[in-house]
Ligand binder design. Structure first.
Ligand code: FE2
Ligand code: FE2
Length: 283
């Protein structure tokens, strides 16, 4: 399928905006554009269509109906985790073996490959902004569960980490998902164009997300998930050189690493760690 390069770049906010996106974010954007083009209605331009949208004219974002129409154009569902497929349609890689007693650092190195750069940047940004260590840890962990499951990833992520992290860190991971849909200008958070593109410009969050926002907004720990969303915005710099090294001490202070290894400790979420360690298990 042909893609109009200038239209694509313009629809994403221009060359500077595209340059600042991570490889993964650009790949996802490209995928969305190609899928939208498959369903392009003749009368309505879609993201990346041949002519860039006029300023003040028709929106450059897809509608919910257009995104719904794209469901049957792909051989997978969008909620599936990164470890389970290659969205470019290529065969998946053989995964490196895990150690027998894997630590959080092992999972970052061997399994959280597509999400870790974004999370390192997010944690760096939160630290620069003066966030406390429980929040920096939440930023470091906030999206890695997307290697296993993208749908409702705040809830999956909180569940995955709750046995091992401070309660406020788990709260921040759980509620960052809902707060991403709601601007808070005072806190420095605006509704992101990325969400207009991937959910549709007329998207209305599901009732459980609205309820979760209302609950978190009035909670004494509101600052924690809100800081995750604020630092999230700045965490797509493809030039950034980041690593886990600046966070190893923080992990040592706040992450309760089980001595048997994650997945072997008999916790209520051990199976989730085993699934990430071995997504090739047929049953
Ligand atoms: Fe997230
Ligand atoms: Fe994120």
């Amino acid at each position: 399928m042909e893609l109009d390069r200038r239209g694509f770049i313009a629809a994403l906010g221009g060359a500077a905006a595209v340059g600042a996106m991570s490889h993964e974010a650009r790949a996802d954007a490209l995928e969305e554009v190609l899928l939208a083009q498959l369903n392009e209605a003749p009368s309505r331009p879609v993201v990346g269509a041949a002519s860039a949208p006029e300023p003040g004219g028709e929106s450059s974002f897809p509608t919910v109906a257009e995104i719904e129409a794209a469901i049957t154009t792909r051989p997978y569902r969008r909620g599936v985790g990164n470890l389970f497929l290659d969205t470019r349609g290529e065969n998946v890689d053989r995964l490196p073996a895990m150690p027998s007693s894997p630590t959080l650092l092992d999972f970052f190195e061997l399994r959280f490959v597509r999400t870790r750069n974004h999370c390192f940047q997010s944690a760096n940004k939160a630290r620069e902004r003066g966030a406390d260590e429980e929040i920096v840890l939440a930023c470091l962990l906030h999206d890695v569960v997307q290697e296993m499951m993208k749908s409702d990833h705040g809830y999956w992520g909180a569940q995955l980490f709750e046995p091992y992290v401070p309660e406020r860190t788990g709260f921040a991971i759980r509620y960052h998902q809902a707060l991403r849909f709601y601007a808070d200008k005072e806190a420095g958070y605006e509704y992101p164009d990325l969400y207009r593109r991937i959910f549709g410009e007329d998207y209305v969050p599901a009732p459980h997300i609205q309820a979760a926002h209302d609950y978190a907004r009035n909670h004494r720990w509101y600052d924690a998930p809100r800081e995750v969303t604020v630092s999230d915005l700045y965490a797509f710099d493809r030039e950034a050189v980041v690593s886990i090294d600046p966070f190893v001490d923080l992990i040592g202070r706040h992450f309760k690493q089980p001595k048997e290894g994650l997945g072997n400790d008999g916790s209520p979420v051990a199976h989730m760690w085993r699934t990430i360690a071995n997504p090739n298990a047929p049953l």
